[in-house]
Design a binder for this molecule. Structure first.
Ligand SMILES: Cc1cc2nc3c(=O)[nH]c(=O)nc-3n(C[C@H](O)[C@H](O)[C@H](O)COP(=O)(O)OP(=O)(O)OC[C@H]3O[C@@H](n4cnc5c(N)ncnc54)[C@H](O)[C@@H]3O)c2cc1C
Length: 509
């Protein structure tokens, strides 16, 4: 079979996984494939990327996807395969005697847990919530168990996300809100509101009356949480480089045009190209579109291709900063002698009724504030130990808010806080993940005979792992079709050969 050429648009978890598995499956099938990966960013990783505190490469901080868990098979296997350390979360963490985690409702902490006392945490939780945590854990395991079947034959590979979720019985949970799902399963309202909702808010910036049941349960699957030391993007960087030596960064794909021979012409421009320049173009046998269509600005002819639906994405404000100041107890209604939890999650008060309004203005005002670690500020002499913080919020975390949580007078702040107090700051607004409204059908993964789309999986679960799973699934479907083509071509050749061999016999007769 002639060598195949594949273009992958997007070098995030989905695109690089598609490339990695395509190379692997093609090699197993004895097919030669040449893969080109395009990304308009100057880096590999997409929503998985780091920035350096104080511009110091020794202090990378996750700006996007920060955590994956033990059941995330593709990421865990790839980290092992590429020999990447998964100790990223422990770097720079200091043993604190104060609470590790607290859930804040805008007025008070409804519960706090400490790092060093598992039995005391357990006792506190059981006392407040009864058996709800145990029930939730069982439910989570059941949902995750069904999800994991998507990786295995006979379910894998699947040609329709809607069909496979229906066959695995997951539609029942995607079709209802987290609130409805938990109620139906008998999980108490108090535990749902205070603990599970804190988790859906920090993971997806969504409250329980909006987010669907499966994504709600995914938020509770935290066993074996880990991250790659130096940045999760390294998994995708390794995947991309192991599959392709044609990685076109800073390259914006503008158009996909179908050719009469079932191939596609990909058009692109490079950053720095002027408007009067003709875009570069090249033909590919197959294309994997590995980015949310609606943000890609890629022109697809509607009369030729199935066009993915527009879905509404969360606009998440991420603020990373460093400061010599610890979080102020007063800002959270604590006594001066009390320590502030290292991770502050948020929930709603009992009288707050957000319904399915994605923009509900919660009294808490933010989704989370995390003290990530302690690190040395290299710009002070001698280098000073400071705290690195991360805030997730629905609106920009303004300077007066940052001043207030650091215990400074917010009224003295003009535009930015003085460099003495906040020594490094980085702000980013992401279209981070879709609003995970309940649904029972999902986007097609095939937009045309040889054009594949990964991002539809985000309406089901939006994580690095699920994008990777979709990339792997599409890679398998593509190679299976090549194998079918190969078998058909071989059968046709055999039939033609036998016809040719019969000719002289006939001539003799
Ligand atoms: C703040 C934040 C926190 C998160 N936390 C977690 C977490 O802890 N754990 C977790 O698993 N997930 C988390 N996620 C979600 C996770 O990041 C995404 O689900 C996942 O990374 C999506 O990968 P992807 O490859 O599908 O898309 P992307 O990572 O978005 O990759 C798409 C790529 O396509 C490129 N592209 C788009 N259009 C074009 C074009 N026209 N031409 C060329 N290139 C183009 C983009 O530049 C991008 O690099 C988080 C996301 C955010 C933003």
């Amino acid at each position: 079979m002639a060598s195949k050429e594949v273009a992958i648009i997007g070098a995030g978890a989905g695109g690089t996984s598609a490339a990695y598995f395509l190379k692997q499956y093609a090699a197993e099938a004895g097919t030669s494939v040449k893969i080109t990966i395009f990304d308009r960013n100057p880096y590999i990783g997409g929503r998985s990327t780091t920035v350096d505190a104080w511009d110091n490469p020794a202090e990378p901080v996750e700006l996007g996807a920060s955590i994956f868990v033990q059941v995330n098979k593709n990421l865990v296997d790839a980290a092992k395969h590429f020999d990447l350390s998964t100790d990223g979360m422990s770097k720079g963490k200091t043993a604190s005697s104060g609470p590790q985690l607290g859930i804040w409702n805008g007025e008070e902490f409804v519960i706090t847990t400490s790092a060093n006392s598992d039995w005391w945490n357990m006792a506190k939780i059981l006392y407040r919530y009864g058996w709800a945590p145990i029930k939730t854990n069982r439910l989570m395991k059941e949902v995750v168990g069904r999800f994991l079947k998507m990786y295995e034959a006979p379910n894998f590979p699947w040609s329709s996300l809607s069909d496979i979720l229906s066959e695995l019985g997951l539609i029942k949970a995607t079709g209802v809100t987290g609130e409805q799902y938990l109620k139906e399963k008998g999980v108490s309202d108090l535990f749902a509101r205070e603990i599970i909702q804190a988790s859906t808010r920090v993971n997806y910036a969504q409250n329980l009356p909006l987010i669907h049941g499966v994504e709600t349960m995914v938020c509770m699957a935290t066993d074996g949480a880990m991250s790659i030391e130096g940045g999760n993007w390294q998994i995708f960087d390794c995947m991309a480089h192991s599959a392709s030596n044609d990685i076109q960064l800073d390259t914006n794909v503008t158009t996909l045009r179908k050719l009469p021979d079932e191939g596609y012409e990909v058009h692109w421009t490079r950053s720095g190209d002027t408007l009067d320049m003709t875009p570069s173009r090249k033909r590919y046998d197959s294309v994997v579109f590995a980015a949310p269509y609606q943000f890609s600005n890629i022109h697809l002819d509607v009369s030729v291709f199935k066009i993915p639906d527009r879905v509404s994405y969360v606009e998440l404000h991420v603020t990373l900063f460093a400061s010599p100041h610890a979080l102020s107890p007063a800002a959270f209604g604590l006594k001066p002698s009390e320590a502030v939890p290292q991770i502050i999650l948020t929930t709603l008060q009992p009288d707050e009724k957000p319904g399915a309004n994605p923009h509900y203005d919660a009294k808490a005002g933010f989704f989370s504030i995390s003290t990530l670690r302690e690190a040395q500020n290299p710009n002070t002499n001698p280098p000073r130990t400071e705290y690195i913080y991360k805030i997730f919020s629905p609106k920009p975390a303004q300077s007066d808010f940052i001043a207030q949580i650091l215990g400074l007078d917010p009224h003295n702040i003009k535009d930015e806080i003085s460099k003495d107090h906040v020594t490094w700051i980085h702000r980013k607004v992401w279209n981070s993940y879709p609003y995970e409204y309940p649904r029972v059908t999902f986007e097609e993964l095939r937009l045309d005979r040889n054009l594949w789309y990964t991002s539809g999986i985000e309406g089901f679960i939006s994580t690095m792992e699920t994008s990777s799973l979709m990339g792997m699934n599409i890679a398998r479907l593509i190679v299976d079709e090549w194998l079918k083509e190969k078998t058909l071509a071989e059968e046709t050749t055999r039939a033609l050969d036998s016809l040719v061999q019969q000719k002289p016999l006939k001539a003799k007769l």
